[in-house]
Write a protein that binds this ligand. Structure first.
Ligand SMILES: [Zn+2]
Length: 233
């Protein structure tokens, strides 16, 4: 069931900010000497929830994956800037809250399901970005999905190749049966990963009420072969 634990993350934010006083950092968005995310960049990261329909799946996003947003997410995911996670966690939480509200589900009836990282991505980073963000947001996804075959890095691929790469890539564990799930992921590009996750859960006898993502690529980028960042969409 979805639970919120805001006090813990508020305390953590205060501690991280205090740490920045003795161990100066540069803003992960613009590089100015400041906190992990300076005030100007934090303003650009203020969530603005939007919902779109993707082959019948209602997908809520909090941010547009461009400019400062893109820079901060890339720093968080691929440059080890986990200190930028607090601001991103707040945006992901907003996306989850809006998606739940829009689904008109019974309170407490929905479970969160995140997309598993590929083994290569986990090895390269040493952490799973979405799991870190959910934890900081006081939320927890259940590991009901698992990869059943190897896939290529999505960043190398165009829209059609992404779909093929993700085709029947996932399976749902038996514990998912009869559950009602909200899918959670970081970046929405073509939607191929979310649609594959929905297929796996539906085949296992679960329901999927929608999806919540941190950021969505602007329309002009959708389907482009590679932008070098949206690596495991
Ligand atoms: Zn900044």
């Amino acid at each position: 069931m979805v639970r919120f634990e805001s006090t813990v993350s508020a305390t953590r934010t205060a501690l991280l900010d205090a740490l920045a006083l003795v161990s100066p950092v540069r803003c992960s968005g613009c590089g100015v000497a400041d906190r992990a995310v300076c005030d100007d960049c934090a303003a650009a990261l203020r969530p603005c929830p939007r919902q779109i329909d993707m082959s019948g799946l209602a997908v809520t996003s909090a941010l547009t994956y461009a400019g400062v947003v893109r820079q901060v997410i890339a720093s968080f995911k691929d440059a080890g800037r986990t200190d930028a996670g607090t601001v991103l966690a707040a945006a992901l939480r907003t996306s989850v809250v809006h998606a739940l509200a829009a689904s008109h589900s019974e309170p407490g009836s929905v479970r969160l399901a995140s997309i598993p990282s590929t083994p290569a991505a986990r090895r390269a980073r040493g952490y799973a970005p979405v799991a870190v963000l959910l934890r900081r947001a006081g939320l927890r996804a259940e590991p009901v999905l698992c990869a059943v075959r190897a896939t290529r890095d999505q960043a190398e691929l165009g829209a059609r190749a992404r779909r093929e790469n993700r085709d029947r890539w996932l399976a749902a564990r038996p514990g998912a049966r009869a559950g009602r799930f909200l899918l959670v992921d970081d970046i929405l590009t073509t939607g191929s990963t979310l649609l594959e996750a929905r297929r796996a859960l539906l085949e296992a006898g679960a329901q999927v009420i929608g999806a919540a993502v941190l950021a969505r690529t602007p329309l002009r980028l959708e389907g482009r072969a590679s932008d070098g960042f949206a690596d495991d969409e």
